[in-house]
Design a protein around this ligand. Structure first.
Ligand code: HEM
Length: 493
């Protein structure tokens, strides 16, 4: 053996030992720093390696446990994901209000899986870029624009009505509603009639968005797949994901280019304005618009945020109405009184459907489409009780827990729309399915308009019943879904 080879051979164990010790010291230092930061925040006992992952999980038991911890550990409590990885979980309205009052960036750890698809759009961008683009996009959600979408939502629902008329039994509602919201989002965003609710004619872009959403969900539940290197190089799903993202981006770019050419040549007022027109023509105070990359990221962000969370909200609302037949009946008679059996639902009708809206609000309280949101603090944050959450801390606000706080809501786990009927004033601090503060949901009025139109149209046509053989089980996978599908029996009226 040469001198160099024997030197390397003899020293390899020492080098390995050096790196191992360095890693161990780093882990302990980080753990020590986190423990110091949490000194005023008691929490459930954590295992050294697995932390609290067995208690704080995305399944229904985990979500309910988080709501329970609100009494045991008031305000917020630490949750460990490993020896040196932890965050604070905020489960109290006052704490949530303080955390959400700033425009701190999103916590990359929680949102990283979506970034290859939606890029640095409004949901994930931060600082000046976020501030400027939020201002540029706000006019897109003005009531005068939203009014035009009622017809789009109604037509998309009609396609589902025609499909369900042929239904003979139990339907997995989430799948159908996702296609419906994708269909209408495609029209509101690009003015494009995709006809995607019909499986045979599904547009490749829609198929891509649908596949990517499903693949993200599959990736979340498999921790090994969280490592990019493994996911993209060694798994079929990783390869599919990359391919689908590429196809979506290519398609968005094509549509943006085409629309830019059209905007140069067409006469003003020759067609209805859609989101893309607004993104392409918005200018800041310096007369600057968004770059092509920014527009693509926003289009993808709207497509993601706009279809999945709305589909979850509608599906859980239908589920609650199937579970509470008296509420379903009351909604239906309100709808028949105000809208009638066959007339097209209008923007003005929607404001009059008060009881139906109370049911939607109550359903969003119990089953918020986005159960948790996370921030990485850019500053020390003082809580109302004087405790300080230090800068750089990751904080997750459990909207699910806040909305089931027994100090605010009597029988918090009961579905009771009366909480939202006329006269009851509920602060947005306690009911916050769209979050609160500067980074709340920009699309909330758009979403609520769609939820109301869809529920109204479906209840006019169908009687909804639970399927006793397929009980839904809520599970948080970015958004609230059902572990075993959300099946309802659909009976035409
Ligand atoms: C019922 C349906 C919806 C629910 C429950 C919902 C809920 C939320 C929540 C909780 C957030 C805060 C996320 C966070 O802080 O990490 C959010 C942000 C956002 N939502 Fe929605 N959303 C819905 C529909 C929509 C729609 C239809 C659009 C667009 C058309 C949209 C666009 C966005 C965007 C762009 C953000 C990021 C805002 C920012 O950070 O400035 N959402 N949404």
């Amino acid at each position: 053996m040469s001198f160099v080879a024997s030197l390397v051979w003899n020293y390899i164990p020492l080098v390995l030992l050096y790196f191992l010790l360095k890693k161990i010291i780093e882990v302990f230092l980080k753990r020590w720093r986190l423990q110091a930061a949490f000194k005023d925040f008691p929490g459930p006992k954590a295992e050294f390696f697995s932390g609290n992952t067995h208690q704080i999980s995305g399944d229904y038991a985990g979500l309910l446990r988080m709501a329970d911890y609100a009494h045991t550990y008031p305000g917020a409590f630490p949750s460990w994901m490993g020896p040196a990885e932890a965050q604070l979980i905020s489960v109290h309205p006052e704490t949530a209000k303080v955390v959400l009052s700033g425009s701190d960036p999103k916590d990359e750890f929680s949102y990283a899986l979506m970034r290859p698809w939606i890029g640095d759009g409004l949901l994930l961008s931060k600082g000046k870029k976020w501030d400027r683009n939020r201002r540029l996009m706000t006019p897109a959600f003005h009531a005068d624009i939203l009014k035009n979408y009622v017809d789009v939502f109604s037509r998309s629902t009609q396609v589902l009505v025609d499909k369900w008329r042929k239904s003979t039994g139990s339907e997995e509602v989430f799948h159908h509603i996702s296609l419906l919201t994708l269909d209408s989002m495609m029209q509101c965003l690009f003015g494009y009639h995709s006809n995607c609710q019909n499986e045979k004619t599904r547009h490749p872009y829609i198929q891509g968005v649908y596949d990517v959403s499903e693949l993200i969900v599959k990736r979340i539940v498999n921790p090994i797949h969280h490592y990019d290197f493994i996911y993209y190089n060694f798994t079929e799903n990783g390869k599919k994901f990359k391919q689908a993202c590429g196809a979506i981006h290519e398609h968005s770019e094509k549509i943006i280019k085409k629309r830019k050419r059209l905007l140069k040549n067409e006469a003003e007022g020759s067609r209805n304005v859609d989101f893309l027109d607004i993104l392409l023509t918005a200018k800041d105070s310096d007369g600057q618009g968004m770059t092509d990359q920014e527009i693509r990221d926003e289009v993808d962000t709207f497509m993601f945020e706009g279809h999945d969370s709305t589909a979850s909200t509608i599906s859980w609302c239908l589920y609650n109405l199937a579970r509470h037949k008296d509420c379903q009946e009351r909604c239906r008679s309100e709808i028949l009184n105000i809208v009638g059996k066959t007339k097209k639902v209008t923007w003005d009708d929607l404001t009059k459907l008060e009881y139906m809206f109370a049911c939607i609000q109550e359903s969003m309280r119990l089953y918020p489409a986005v159960p948790n949101i996370s921030r990485c603090l850019e500053r020390d944050l003082a809580l109302p009780d004087g405790r300080i959450i230090p800068k750089d801390m990751r904080v997750t606000v459990s909207l699910f827990a806040v909305q089931r706080d027994p100090e605010v809501w009597d029988n918090p786990n009961e579905f009771d729309p009366e909480r939202f009927t006329a006269g009851s004033k509920i602060s947005s601090m306690f009911h916050l399915p769209f979050s609160i503060g500067p980074r709340n949901c920009i699309g909330q009025h758009f979403a609520l308009t769609q939820v109301k139109v869809v529920i109204c149209e479906l209840l006019r046509h169908f009687q909804l019943d639970l399927d006793p053989e397929r009980e839904a089980e809520p599970e948080c996978l970015l958004i609230l879904r059902s572990k075993n599908g959300l099946y309802l029996k659909i009976k035409p009226i």
